[in-house]
Design a protein around this ligand. Structure first.
Ligand SMILES: [Cu+2]
Length: 375
């Protein structure tokens, strides 16, 4: 308990340095609920969204049906121990709804996102949420800081189209909470769906969400990864590793192998798959080995025309990129961070298992490997 208190005191000191308001109702902040303004959501349909754990994406319409809605979401914050690699290394994760990344939220431009954020009293730390898609109050972080045993509700209008990161941003502890697992994606679709540079509709058959995380796990004097009782106990050592900027693990969806083998993503030849790739802290460069990005919004923002036919794309830390590919050959594809050291040594690899018929015209093994016959 002592170390947790030390962690939180340290965090409070940093909060002062950052001069960030602790909560909206403390100090001299603007008024976050202005008087004499009509509530434009009155009379709009209200729908409850059903979030699902990544790599899956909640059911959604690619083209909006009807006018703007208030889409209601609920997320519970969960601090928990997870195992992040095949060696059994434990990690004190902090999560939105129990998963790394948190669930992917989908709405349409002009909809209102209404999130109830719950911090159960089984947790030990304050948390909040900063939506990169929202406007004002640190992306909502100022209005949602909840202590264990509290909940808060935030509503914002989705005015920008694209895939955007959301993450926890508690004063003084922002990077620690982010690299402990607290990020996810919200995708705001244009009401009339995705389009190419000429306005031709782009549709997809499946959507997957991949969250890349750089993890910083402390080691003991013998070089063995340390176990901790809880996140607070891990705080001081973890921040020391973080400050070196060398991650011990770079993983997709919370652990080495979270999306490989029998946990691979699935698709069929002829299917068009949308991949959302978020990274809340560190730059990355997704690449689908043996495939391409047919349409890629590197910066994830649908107001811009997509790039076409890319081999590798760049996703800046603190953003989510979107790539669309129609699979043309069956097989196991590796989807990697093409810093290959991070992919192969540190964990940033996923598999896509694609079923269907092989096309000899696109590729054919003319002669299998054998003795040299040409001099
Ligand atoms: Cu947090």
């Amino acid at each position: 308990m002592l170390s947790l208190r030390v962690a939180l005191c340290g965090a409070a000191a940093v909060a002062l340095l950052m001069a960030a308001p602790i909560r909206a109702d403390e100090g001299s902040n603007p008024t976050f609920n202005a008087k004499n303004q009509a509530d434009l959501t009155i009379g709009l349909p209200r729908v409850k969204a059903k979030l699902v754990a990544p790599p899956f994406v909640m059911e959604h319409d690619q083209i909006a049906k009807g006018g703007p809605k208030v889409v209601q979401f609920t997320m519970k914050i969960e601090e928990k121990e997870i195992v992040i690699d095949g060696e059994g290394t434990t990690f004190q994760a902090m999560t939105f709804d129990g998963s790394m990344p948190g669930p992917t939220m989908v709405v349409h431009e002009g909809d209102y996102v209404e999130l109830t954020l719950i911090n159960p009293d089984t947790n030990s730390m304050p948390h909040n949420i900063d939506f990169h898609s929202a406007t004002g109050a640190l992306g909502g972080a100022q209005l949602t800081l909840v202590n264990p045993g509290e909940q808060a509700a935030l509503r914002f209008k989705a005015t920008k189209v694209g895939a955007f990161v959301y993450h926890c941003a508690p004063p003084g502890m922002i990077p620690w909470h982010v690299v402990s697992g607290m990020s996810g994606t919200i995708m705001v679709l244009p009401r009339d769906g995705l389009k190419d540079e000429r306005g031709k509709p782009i549709r997809y058959d499946r959507a997957y969400t991949i969250g890349e995380f750089d993890l910083y796990v402390p080691k003991d004097a013998n070089g063995k990864y340390k176990d901790y009782e809880n996140a607070g106990d891990a705080y001081a050592d973890t921040v020391e590793v973080m400050r070196g900027l060398i991650p011990t693990h770079v993983v997709f969806n919370g652990a080495v192998g979270a999306l490989t083998g029998d946990k691979a993503l699935n698709a069929k030849v002829g299917e068009t798959v949308l991949f959302i790739h978020s990274t809340a802290n560190r730059d990355t460069r997704p690449h689908l080995i043996g495939g391409h990005g047919d349409y890629v919004w590197e910066r994830g923002k649908f107001a811009n025309a997509p790039d076409k036919g890319l081999e590798t794309w760049f996703v800046a830390g603190g953003s989510a990129g979107v790539a669309i590919y129609t699979f043309q050959q069956p097989g196991i594809y590796a989807y990697v961070n093409h810093n290959l050291i991070e992919a192969a040594e540190l964990g940033a690899t996923a598999h896509v298992k694609v079923e269907g018929h092989w096309n000899n015209d696109l590729m054919k093994q003319v002669t299998p490997p054998g003795p040299i016959t040409m001099n």
